[in-house]
Design a binder for this molecule. Sequence first.
Ligand code: GRF
Length: 204
Amino acid sequence: MIKIVVFISGRGSNLEALLKDENNYQVCHVISNKQDIKGLAIAHAQGVTNSYINWSDRNRAEQISTNIIKGEAPDLIVLAGFMKILSTEFTDRFKNKIINIHPSLLPEYPGLNTHQRVLDDNKTTHGASIHFVDGLLDHGKTISQIQIPVDHNDTAKTLANKLITKEHKLLTLTVGLIAKQQIYWQNGCLLFNGKPLEKPLVIE
Ligand code: GRF
């Protein structure tokens, strides 16, 4: 059983999916940069230790987060809808330990408004990715992806709604693979079942 710390900023549906699953992993602490959000209520209702950290001073917020993480000593840190950019100092401190879920098929569409940008470009496929976090935005080794088709009558809202349930599946399966040590780092190389992961795993 591995321990994970989850960072959130809002609704917390990905956090909720993790809490429902907890297959070989346990959420030990939830950190939020926003107060009075549904995600914190979910953590509270499930009896998971949670902390609100005011992020107006990033250095201070990251120092508090670091202290919490050092206290919890988790095996993995999951950014699940966490809308702040972490400093390189912070990501280096927890190198190869932080993963993020992002609603696009990275390396395409890092950043915000991914659904609308996919529509603007007349893409026929959209999706979500899980990647290890480095100092750059939505950047770092991509572990896994899930895809959805884009229909001609889709809007940013319908795409977001279709993708979110897929995100939950992608996140729980990927954290499960890390928890079962099917995915792990060795000598700077990400391995899947003992072999270098050349391309992201595609979850059906
Ligand atoms: C998800 O679409 C996630 O990929 C993005 O923000 C959204 C968070 O949703 N980064 P929730 O808070 O997990 O419901």
